[in-house]
Design a protein around this ligand. Structure first.
Ligand code: ADP
Ligand code: ASP
Ligand code: MG
Length: 407
């Protein structure tokens, strides 16, 4: 077998953890698998580096921030390679640039364009273990780029696809994907197998256990992901194509995202093209708009409300104040204390009354729903940030997702 093993921050968070991780790599090699490894920075390191840059400057150049944070992964890759060599395993660390991860030039949110894997493949076939820095690449001009927070997952899946691996093992500090974040709901249940589609919705709606782009990539190429613990040797969760053996409950999981802000432009004179006048400048600034609601307001005017990532709130408000003046709209209002809560499941296609149950559950908790959006397998509501934990727990219980419930 050919496998890619990815180890997250806690799995390389100390020298002891690096030794434990080396044991997992060693086992794979001794079992005869061609093994390539991707690592994250030691836990806390990326935040520490960003913190230093921000102490120096409110607006550090994006290029230098990427050059800075990319060092975190280089440290853990080299340390793991050192430990593997000590154990008699031939291993070499590779930075994103050395490993041929070519990306576009969008610093801190770059996308992998291609991986020139010829050299890596030759070394792998010769019995060496390449240990790659996750989260980073290089653009056409030779600048170091990074793939967005949590991006090592995407590096690992991209590598698995490029090397035509049989599976991408993602090792982390939980032993699988749960029905919701076990840090919020200790009764959450481990899911044995989950479809790409559902995992993509969970990840996109805030379950940071996998970066959503890693799931997108795995789905596109049919690359199985096995998410498992580097602390405990137990089977994890298989993320794979939908099949008949999967559960058919109405809901598979609950996700939340606190990283949200809501903006409303009121009293926009209604005429064709207003949505593009509002969202064009936001898109030009590379800001992702998410939930959108447009309402008829007073005679001849309309209101538009939408959400953006909280980190883009200030920039969005500045842009929209300009747009508001130009369009002669009444005003712009913002709220950066909102959050999203979503229920997800392919079972929604065949179960009716799921939305009604969600809204009734939140009503019984006295939680006010500010916005609603749905897809075929997902319902998302925007609520106040301080209501997230309560909403997640109530929905998790109402849909019978706890351990032992209704299985
Ligand atoms: P790593 O550093 O290994 O990449 P992360 O912190 O990025 O690890 O992801 C693992 C964490 O994701 C878990 O500790 C858990 O709190 C969180 N998490 C959020 N939602 C879920 C979920 N549905 N199932 C499992 N873990 C989840
Ligand atoms: N070290 C990076 C981060 O903290 C990438 C990763 O861990 O996947 O976001
Ligand atoms: Mg992660």
């Amino acid at each position: 077998m050919r496998v890619v093993q990815k180890f997250g921050g806690t799995s390389v968070g100390s020298l002891d953890r690096i030794r434990a991780t080396a044991s997992l790599v060693e086992r794979s090699v001794r079992e005869g698998h061609e093994t390539a490894v991707v690592v994250s920075a030691m836990s806390g390191e990326t935040n520490r580096l960003i913190g230093m840059a921000r102490e120096l400057s409110d607006d550090p150049p994006a290029r230098e921030l990427d050059a800075l944070v990319a060092t975190g992964e280089q440290v853990s890759a080299a340390l793991l390679a050192i430990e593997l060599n000590r154990r008699g395993i031939r291993a070499c660390s590779w930075t994103g640039a050395q490993a041929g991860f070519l990306t576009d030039s969008r610093h801190s949110r770059a996308r992998i364009q291609r991986i020139d894997s010829k050299r890596l493949l030759a070394r792998l076939k010769a019995g060496e273990v390449p240990v790659l820095t996750g989260f980073q690449g290089v653009d056409e001009a030779g600048n170091i780029t990074t793939l967005g927070r949590g991006g090592s997952d995407t590096s690992a899946v991209a590598l698995a696809v490029a090397l035509q691996a049989d599976v991408c093992d993602i090792y982390t500090d939980v032993d699988g994907i749960y029905t919701t974040d076990p840090r919020i709901v200790p009764e959450a249940r481990k899911i044995e197998r989950i479809s790409y589609e559902e995992m993509l919705e969970l990840a996109s709606q805030g379950a940071k256990v996998l970066q959503n782009r890693s799931v997108e990539l795995a789905m596109r190429h049919g690359m199985p992901i096995h998410l498992r613990s580097s602390f405990e040797d137990v089977p994890g969760t298989l993320v794979t194509s939908e099949d008949e053996t999967m559960e058919r409950a109405s809901i598979t999981g609950v996700a939340y995202n606190r990283d949200e802000a809501k903006i409303t432009i009121r009293g926009i004179p209604d005429h064709p093209g207003i949505a593009s006048e509002v969202f064009g400048p936001i898109a030009d600034a590379d800001i992702n708009v998410d939930v959108i609601v447009q309402n008829v307001s007073e005679e001849g005017t309309t209101d538009i409300t939408f959400t953006v990532p909280r980190g883009d709130f200030g920039a969005s408000m500045r842009i929209l104040e300009g747009v508001c003046r130009k369009m002669k709209a009444r005003d712009v209002k913002g709220d950066d204390t909102v959050a999203k809560v979503s229920i997800i499941g392919v079972g929604m296609r065949s179960h009716s009354g799921v939305a009604r149950k969600m809204f009734a559950t939140l009503a019984a908790e006295g939680i006010n729903i500010q916005m609603i959006t749905t897809s075929e397998i997902k319902i998302t509501v925007v609520v106040g940030e301080n209501e997230v934990d309560r909403a997640v727990r109530a929905l998790h219980a109402a849909f019978g997702l706890e351990k032992g419930a209704g299985e």
